[in-house]
Design a protein around this ligand. Structure first.
Ligand SMILES: Nc1ncnc2c1ncn2[C@@H]1O[C@H](COP(=O)(O)OP(=O)(O)OP(=O)(O)O)[C@@H](O)[C@H]1O
Length: 236
């Protein structure tokens, strides 16, 4: 791998006395999708929250393109080019679809021209049609699209995405994964947390398995033996 876009070394994080992330190290390159798998409660979401600055690491380093971002404030990390699509999608119900999209402009470093919304509205015609409607009128799948479209406004170089397929119909899941593939092709480094292992393996380049806050196994997607071991360890 060239110099990784996102590089994490020996990350530890606590909630009070609870030691949730226990020495995680990983690299994600440009145009690469890393799958992060593991049972409920092993720390996958907490790992993403540490990278995005929502939870402060206790120790270890997080670098974006070589620059230390670990422990920085979420908005600074966002402006450094790293975006997160959290599990609950964080759609603002009191705002319209367009206003929710405009929040994506906050990820831009300098000026924040509304014209940055144009390519995204073109890519998501369903959101463009509903631009002036309250975001709450969207279906679950459309809200997930909105959450992804919103981060695309600022063209992030690294993206963290937490269980994007949860609760959605297979057709929508396929659409969401197609968008992730487009981001990958545009050179984005992507960390994907997913319970839908089989589907996720079809778009990941590499994966890690997390147990009790630590990476216990890793492999390349497409390596049948490694995939088999992953599925066996997860018993799926
Ligand atoms: N805000 C918090 N305060 C205290 N403990 C927390 C908090 N958030 C999560 N935890 C605990 O930290 C551990 C890891 O949770 P986390 O949500 O990161 O796991 P996960 O692997 O993402 O699981 P899931 O798939 O269920 O989201 C769990 O034991 C959880 O109960």
């Amino acid at each position: 791998m060239d110099k990784p876009m996102l590089s994490i070394e020996n990350l530890h994080s606590h909630y009070g006395l609870s030691h949730v992330i226990q020495g995680v190290s990983l690299d994600v390159g440009r145009g690469e999708i890393l799958g992060v798998f593991g049972r409920n409660g092993v720390g996958k979401t907490t790992l993403l929250k540490n990278i995005a600055g929502w939870v402060k690491p206790s120790s270890g380093s997080i670098r974006m393109d070589g620059k230390q971002i670990g422990g920085d404030e979420p908005d600074a990390i966002n402006r450094a080019g790293l975006a997160i699509v959290p599990e609950d999608r964080r759609i603002f119900p009191g705002l319209t679809v367009q206003e929710n999209l405009e929040l994506g402009l906050l990820g831009l470093k300098g000026p924040k021209p509304r014209s940055k919304l144009d390519p995204v509205l073109e890519r998501f015609p369903r959101l463009a049609e509903r631009a002036q409607q309250p975001a709450t009128t969207l279906s679950g799948g459309e809200q997930q699209m909105l959450a992804m479209a919103r981060i695309m406004v600022a063209e992030p170089r690294a993206v963290l995405i937490d269980e994007p397929s949860e609760g959605l119909a297979p057709m929508i899941v396929a659409e969401i994964f197609a968008i992730l593939r487009e981001m990958k092709d545009a050179g984005c480094a992507i960390v994907l947390v997913e319970q839908n292992i089989h589907e996720a393996l079809s778009i990941c380049d590499r994966f890690v398995l997390v147990e009790r806050g630590a990476i216990v196994f890793e492999g390349n997607a497409g390596d049948k033996a490694a995939e088999e071991e992953l599925l066996q360890r997860l018993s799926v």
